[in-house]
Each structure stands twice: as structure tokens, then as C-alpha cells.
Design a protein around this ligand. Sequence first.
Ligand SMILES: O=C(O)CCC(=O)C(=O)O
Ligand SMILES: [Fe+2]
Length: 353
Amino acid sequence: MGEVDPAFVLEPEHRPKLSITEAKSIPVIDLSPVVNSSGDGDTKAAAAVVREIGKACEEWGFFQVINHGIPLEKREKAFAASADFFAQSLEEKRKVKRDESLSCGYYDTELTKNVRDWKEVFDFQLQDPTIVYASPDPDDKKVIQWNNQWPQNPPHFREACEEYSREVEKLSFRLTELIALSLGLPAKRLNEHFNDQTSFLRLNHYPPCPFPELALGVGRHKDGGALTVVAEDQVGGLEVKRKSDGEWVRIKPTPNAYIINVGDTMQVWSNERYQSVEHRAMVNSEKERFSIPFFFHPAHYTVVKPLEELIDEQNPPKYKPFSWGKFLAHRKLTNYKKLNVENLQISQFRIQD
Ligand SMILES: O=C(O)CCC(=O)C(=O)O
Ligand SMILES: [Fe+2]
């Protein structure tokens, strides 16, 4: 990755500014009142957490959480496994290469909006195997299985990844429950959609980049699922397109915190009360960066539509129902192929006002 390969170079209007605007006001929410409560905990403090989460989802689509209940040791093991894995030779890493039939594993040529990302990744699913639709064609009901692939090296890689993923999954259910409460719904209202979840965890490695003003680690995009729960190291690079003025602002890393963002599916469920916000990851010329996002995705058979409890005559549904599994199959295809079109967006299901 030494030369300026044009595959990585962004159109001038999408290139990052190297001067950083730090997002000082992105909410940091302390989850201890809900994590430590045994049911008879301080319900006043828990209600305040729910309100803070609702406000952050509305104003930012992004927030951070601390005192979230994930043991630091498990997080550190996952980061160590990730660093050890990516430090291996390309030949070793490519033994578990992801391709169109094997959706999980190692990959270093991902595209975001047809431009190559300056990164390498390792993906694995929470459910192994995960059932998905074979094609984006709406009439094709055929399903296939995606299986995880695990490398032989480093030796404790799989164990570290799986143990960590179970913790992030727990946190994701908890956050989904808090978000449901913030929408005035029963806590477990959304949980059933995740029984056969298509969630996956991704280890991201962004090597130092000699031309950080021309390329991005991950190009601007919105996450499609319900929620994303991101752990990052202390290097920093995640930028959010601030809702209030459209400015790209950098999230300052908070040690041991998680960065949470609302995805497109939550935007539709909430009938746009909460919106999925564009974000991107910058790279820099000196330091490598590691991050571990968890993408909390519903089951392939989920029909995503505004929740009935949130719509009435004053608030008619803003989206037509769509199939999560077909949306996913469509997205998957565009990750591998350079196309002349942008990939499928939920705006295609938007009902005009
Ligand atoms: O690396 C990060 O901080 C975020 C990456 C991201 O947004 C993604 O992979 O969807
Ligand atoms: Fe993302």
C-alpha cells in the first residue's frame, strides 16, 4: 500500500479535511443505573438514562456509553487477537479470505461507494451458520447459509473473538431495550427480530496511509442495521456528519467506552424520529488504527416498517415495508463489485410527504 493507487482516491468533494473539528458535545451516557440494577434498582436514575438515550438518538444519531458492563479484559483480548492476526503475512491472512460464497473472513479490498477503503478487515457472524437470502431478487425465496471461517493462527484468536462477541451482543440487546423504552414502547418490543439475527462483528485495521488527504479508511456511509456498537483504540478517526449543520466532526476516543449509532433499520422502525447518520473513518500517515464494530442486524425474514404503535393519522408511516434479507443481499453484492450506481438506500422505500 505504498504508491498512490487511484482505486483509493476519492472525488475532490468527498476528500477529508485534515484539520479536525472535535465533536465535544456528543453525549457520553453512563449506563451504571441500568447495568447494575437487579430489577429493584434506582428506577429514577434508569428513567433518566432512557431519556438521555432518546435525546442523543434524536439530536445526533450517535452517542457513547461508559460503565456498560463489558469486562475490560475481554475487550483487551479481542484487540490483542486482532493486532496479532493482522500482523501476519498477507499469505497467512488470505488463507481465510472472504469471497462471494464465503461471506466471512479476511478481506482487504472493500469498496464504499465504489472507492477502495484504506483498511483490512476480518468478519464473523454471531450465528454460525447465518441464514440469508441467496439473491436480492424479490421473487427468489431461496436461502443459503453463511459459515464463519477461523484462522489457525493466532492460536487463541477464535476464543477471544467469540467471548467478546457474546458480551457485545448482550450490550446490544440492552441498548435496543433502552431505545424501545425511549420510544414509549415495552422494553422487549424489538427483541424478537433478533432471534435469528444476521449480526456480525468486524475487526478493522487501518494501516498508516501516505496520502490521508486523498483516501479514507471507510468512506462516508450509513449503517443499515438496527444499531452499531463500536470499540476503538485511542488513535481516533471516526467522523460523524453533524445533524445540526452538516459539518464532519471527529469523535474523541473515550477510554473503554463504546460508540453507538442508530442504523437505517431503527430509523424506519421509529418512523424517522431517530435517524441514521452518515459517518466515515479517517486514516493518518503515522499511526495504524484498530476498531471493532458490531453490526446488530435482524433476521433475514424481518419485514422492516414503521412500528404500528408510533403511527397514527397525524404521523402516517414514512416508509413502505421492505425485506431486511433482500436489502442485505443487495448490499452484499455491491461490496464486491464496482458498480456504476450507488448501493441500495432506504430512501428508495421512503413515502413522499
Ligand atoms: O472504524 C470505525 O470507527 C467505524 C467503522 C464503520 O463505520 C463501519 O465499519 O461501518
Ligand atoms: Fe459504519
